[in-house]
Each structure stands twice: as structure tokens, then as C-alpha cells.
Ligand binder design. Structure first.
Ligand code: G3P
Length: 222
């Protein structure tokens, strides 16, 4: 099995804001180098440039709008995200839901600017629909488990394995991540055993007293 992909979403947690965003990215880089596992971070948008400039690791945007250059005040433009140093973006996170048309437009913008796209979903049917759009990844995250500390890979293994099966039928090139409540080595191990290729996670690492130690625990059973 290939090495998993770990994507750490900082959300708007205070620990991952401003200089904290850089410090957590440094912990991710250290663990990534020690383990050979790809770890990427998704800080808040104004922190993308700061993190990407100071730490050499993949940086993702937490959101992208399907717009171009011009009269789009307050929107997130793919070219700007790319030039800030991001290599990818989340689309349709549970805390930043979009319409189907908007998801398609955001994905198109991500592709136009060479950004890896992770479409977030909440159940097997939406995962299947997202896979049909051909993103790089879909990330299945049942909203009720997000931030709960109860890992999706243990509390709802069927939604992970069902998503993996659905995506394999629709487009085997699309990789499946899972997320919600993932924080421990056993949670990541269970996610990989269910067929996912990595995890999207947040609170268990960003809010940990020692994010580097929390990351080391996360990957210990890979
Ligand atoms: O984007 C990751 C996320 O929604 C899961 O959050 O805190 O349950 O790891 P958490």
C-alpha cells in the first residue's frame, strides 16, 4: 500500500492562527521528514503566504471560489491562492458548504491554476457525485462526528468503506480521504484498513498541547 496523505485543516482555531500557523506547519514538516509521509496543512487564507514562505511543505487553501479576475469583491481567486504559495484547496468543507454548481466551478478554477482539489462530502451518495466531477481527492466527513473526538473510521466504518467502493466504481483515479474525530494512531490505521488513502483532520492535532507529539502518535501504526 502506498504511503498515506495527511491533510491538517487549521479551521479558525486560535492555535493555528498567525504565527501559530507557522509553528504547527514546522511540526508537520519535522514529522513528515522523519516518517516519509506526506503531510499538508490548510491554514486560514491570510496565513497561506506566511506559512508557504517560511515552511517547505504543501499548503492548501480552506476554500476556493469558482470565479476569475475582475469584479468579485470578497471572493477567493485561484490565481491569488496559487501565487500565495498554495498547491491545493479544500472545496465544499462541511463548514463552508457550496451548491453543486459552485463545487463544479471551484473545481474548474482549481484545475485552471494547477491546484490539487479535495472535495469534501458527507455521505456515500455525495461522495459518488463528487468523484464523478474528477477531483484529485474526495474527503468523506460525517458532520456529526466533526470535532467530536469520536473517529469516523471506528464509529461509522461503513461510510468510509462505502465511499471507497463507490469511488472505485466511478473513477479509480480519485483518491479517498476520510475525516472527523481522527486523532490517534488507531484511528488512522482503521481508516487505511477501510481502504482510504489518508485523512483530513483538525482538532486532535491543532488543539493538542504538543502538536508534534500528537502527529507522531497519529502515524505510529502506518
Ligand atoms: O477538515 C477536518 C475536519 O472537519 C475534521 O475535524 O476536528 O474532527 O478532526 P476534526
Amino acid at each position: 500500500m502506498s504511503s498515506p496523505f495527511i491533510l491538517l485543516n487549521y479551521k479558525t482555531y486560535i492555535q493555528g492562527t498567525g504565527q501559530g500557523a507557522v509553528e504547527i506547519a514546522k511540526a508537520c514538516k519535522a514529522v513528515s521528514e522523519e516518517s516519509g509521509i506526506e503531510i499538508a496543512v490548510a491554514p486560514q487564507l491570510p496565513d497561506i503566504y506566511r506559512v508557504a514562505s517560511e515552511v517547505e511543505l504543501p499548503v492548501f487553501s480552506q476554500h476556493l471560489d469558482g470565479i476569475g479576475a475582475g469584479s468579485f469583491t470578497g471572493h477567493v481567486f485561484g490565481k491569488c491562492v496559487k501565487e500565495a504559495g498554495a498547491v491545493g484547496t479544500l472545496i465544499n468543507h462541511s463548514e463552508r458548504r457550496l451548491t453543486l454548481a459552485e463545487i463544479e466551478a471551484s473545481l474548474k478554477a482549481a484545475k485552471e491554476f494547477g491546484l490539487r482539489a479535495v472535495i469534501c462530502t458527507n455521505n456515500v451518495p455525495t461522495t459518488a457525485a463528487a468523484a464523478a466531477l474528477e477531483p484529485d481527492y474526495v474527503a468523506i466527513e460525517p458532520p456529526e462526528l466533526i470535532g467530536s473526538g469520536i473517529p469516523v473510521s471506528k464509529a461509522d466504518p461503513e461510510v468510509v468503506s462505502g465511499s471507497v467502493e463507490a469511488v472505485a466504481k466511478i473513477n479509480p483515479d480519485v483518491k479517498v480521504l476520510c475525516g472527523a474525530g481522527i486523532s490517534k494512531g488507531e484511528d488512522l490505521r482503521a481508516a487505511l484498513d477501510l481502504g482510504s488513502q489518508g485523512v483530513l483532520l483538525a482538532s486532535g492535532i491543532v488543539k493538542a498541547a504538543d502538536p508534534k507529539a500528537a502527529l507522531e502518535d497519529l502515524i505510529r501504526l502506518v
